[in-house]
Design a protein around this ligand. Sequence first.
Ligand code: CAA
Length: 291
Amino acid sequence: MSAIPSIEGIHNILVVGAGTMGSQIGLVAALAGYATTVQDISAEMLARAREQLAARLDATVAKGRLAATDAEAALDRLAFATDLDAAASRADFMIEAATERLEVKEQIFARLGRLAPDHAILATNSSTLGSSKVAPATGRADRVCNMHFFNPALVMKCVEVVRHEETSQATVETTMELARRFGKEPVLINREIPGFIANRLMGAVQREALALAAAGIASREDIDATARTALGYPMGPFELMDMVGLDVIDFIARATYAETGDEADRPDPQVAALVAQGRLGRKSGQGWYRY
Ligand code: CAA
């Protein structure tokens, strides 16, 4: 197989990391007909992911949105594994959705660079690290890019494909086409920039919402209601922060501020205070709101 990554050469997908994003990305790929492996070092995470995805498929079938046979076929195409090396040696396309720590990602990408077939594209779902940070470890920088999905990945249509200086045109085209085959609507970002597009837009709205609430101009409930009823957003900024996770929001802000040094990007102290109290949003039962 040549080292030019083409869409026709993609049969096996590897998703590294079985958290909220990784597991749903795995199911997106399996539903699109790809033999998919979700890999995680934790067998417990894998078991939980499998259970949650199966429950989600059952609910979709119950709503009449998916035939039971298609749900079964998707689950059959989805493997869960702790062994990264074996999964990497078969992968034509890899999407890394592991922890947002650079040293962990570097190790994963170095291993994949060694073990994945020559033609394989190595993508990262990271929202805070441009792929140029991990590309040197792979020995195939031209076949590395960001492929950034949104939460919940099964539902949200956008995928940000971000190229770095050495990403080849073939890699960009194949990644964009794969996103389309996943049923997504990819957008291309030509140059790495902290926050890419979506998190920069989301950050601007969040900053304004936090400032309005802190100044007592309106309640959080009314700010959220305005975003929904005046602007047509599916969720208000506080509701969205709670869904994404306040720890994730805080992490993104810290990473962005560390890179830009721009005062507008300074992490919000109210968000940091909630995180310190363990109020992380929906996942912990309380964030800006109670669940
Ligand atoms: N996982 C998977 N599917 C989910 C889900 C979840 N957590 N929550 C809801 N859904 C599905 C439902 O099953 C339903 O599917 P069907 O259409 O097949 O029935 C569909 O989404 C709609 O759900 P609901 O009717 O229950 O509720 P809703 O209409 O309010 O939609 C929502 C829920 C899709 C989450 C919607 O509120 C929404 O789009 N919110 C904004 C989400 C957003 O902005 N995400 C981006 C976050 S930023 C990010 O991810 C980037 C980053 O780097 C941090």
